[in-house]
Design a protein. Structure first.
Length: 332
């Protein structure tokens, strides 16, 4: 065994010096000397070498933060899990590219303006995860009254929207673990101020602009967004876009369209820094003319639902041409 070899080695190191006497003595001495040499050789081969090198330690397994690729894969899996009817709109709404352009990541606190039935909320909730938070922000009751289709019963029900919507939204994702809350623009809770990593206005600005002169609703919404954001936080806008050369009267919000120059000017006036635009949601086929409203296009098809030929023409255009703009609250 290895233990015996090491023991033999120790014995050989203690061999006394042999004096010269007779031939037999010499022969015996040679035999003993050779035995010692063989023992030392065996020792050298079997004894672990002595070295000053630090022994190599096995790698320690640690739980690292997810890489960008892992986060992207997570978003891809969320998008892939959406119903077919939702995925059918990806070519026009481009949620993966849009959220990437805005820099939305898992674990963020995001304010979503006008979440409505939750098309984007149902993507954001599982993507933001337990470490994140989704905060819905709705039109104020005063602004809701300006819509001609609102009934007294609807307005009464909307009074409890800030508690009703989070309860409903929590049912949209199975085993949801993302915190959800809500507030009305113009009545933002103090707890929201400075808490958000991002605020998203996705197809939500036109009615604020439409009713701006009735109660400064656009200004209030933008200021609330600025207040909600942390220093350096992101403001993302996706909005039906009117061509810059078109008359301003076509882009006041009542048709659903705004001009990019108008949106940028409003955000910069509130203190935001314009970081850039993307054409990921652009649709050059949408060329609105005098009198055209955005809701003539799919999915609403207003004015052509009972006219298959007209509806087909609108379907051929597709969903609206949209600007995609990124702003940032200054870090200091």
């Amino acid at each position: 065994s290895e233990d015996n070899l090491v023991s033999d080695c120790s014995f050989s190191r203690r061999m006394p010096t042999i004096a010269k006497h007779t031939t037999e003595d010499t022969t015996m001495r040679s035999i003993i000397l050779l035995s010692a040499i063989f023992a030392l050789a065996a020792c050298a081969e079997s004894t672990p070498s002595q070295t000053t090198d630090t022994p190599v330690q096995p790698p320690t397994m640690t739980m690292d933060e997810p890489t960008l690729d892992e986060v992207s894969t997570s978003l891809e899996s969320v998008l892939a899990a959406q119903p077919e009817a939702v995925q059918a709109r990806y070519p026009f709404r481009n949620p993966a590219q849009t959220l990437d352009f805005f820099g939305i990541e898992s674990g963020m606190t995001v304010v979503e303006a006008l979440p409505g039935g939750g098309w984007y909320s149902k993507i954001l909730l599982p993507y933001l995860g337990e470490g994140g938070e989704l905060i819905g922000a709705n039109y104020s009751i005063d602004m809701q009254r300006l819509f001609s289709f609102r009934t007294p019963e609807q307005l009464k029900k909307l009074e409890t929207w800030t508690t009703d919507w989070p309860e409903t939204a929590a049912t949209w994702v199975e085993d949801n673990n993302t915190p959800i809350s809500g507030f009305f623009f113009g009545a933002q809770p103090e707890s929201v101020a400075g808490s958000a990593d991002a605020v998203l206005f996705i197809r939500a600005l036109h009615n604020f602009a439409r009713f701006q002169n009735e109660g400064n609703f656009l200004t209030t919404a933008i200021n609330d967004a600025y207040t909600a954001l942390k220093p350096g936080g992101i403001l993302g806008v996706v909005q039906h876009q009117m061509r810059e050369e078109s008359p301003d009267a076509w882009a006041e919000g009542n048709r659903g369209y705004l001009k990019q120059s108008f949106v940028v000017a409003q955000m910069e006036a509130a203190g935001f820094v314009f970081e850039g635009a993307s054409d990921i949601n652009a649709n050059p086929k949408d060329q609105p003319q005098d009198g055209d409203i955005v809701w003539r296009l799919p999915p609403t098809l207003m004015g052509s639902r009972d006219n298959p030929e007209a509806a087909e023409a609108m379907q051929a255009i597709g969903e609206s041409n949209r600007m995609t703009l990124k702003f940032r609250k200054p870090a200091a």
